[in-house]
Write a protein of this length. Sequence first.
Length: 186
Amino acid sequence: MTKIELEALRSLNAAFLTARYEWQSASTLWDRLQNGGDVAELHEAQTTFPFYGQAVQEIASGATAYERHVALIAWRYTAAAVVLGVTVLQRVAEAKPPLSATTVGELCQEPTLGRLHEALSVPVADLLPEHEHSIPNEREDTARRWARVRDGVADAIEHVLEIAADDEEAHPPGLPPSPSPVPPAS
């Protein structure tokens, strides 16, 4: 692996992890505010002053926007990391020449859904070198883990599409106008 490929993968990984942790935190906050809204409804049923509910609603609105914002960012960096990682793995396994800085930079951008499907269709377990003393069922375990990655990406696509539909925004780059499952690997 070249220095530029490694640097790009490290940066995408750090970006993805940061966005993932922020998304998890934002989701937790949103859940807590939803519960607060339920409590406010019970409380305000017995009062003429709705300030508690209004406050929770105003805060929840901002939390919802933030949760959706970081989910879209997590999607972008995750998709790019998958495409770049698979491309580099294929390149190394097939002993192809290093990727140019321009190509690496292009692969770090949010991929189209077609490009992501293509990367997810690569049988990564077959790219791993055979070792004399390999772990029993290593290829099968790797194939199962890769299938879970594909399933996770399919779930993420659905989540991102829901966000775009809820916000009545244009669909994020690379995503289709309606959910499209990630095809299984051949």
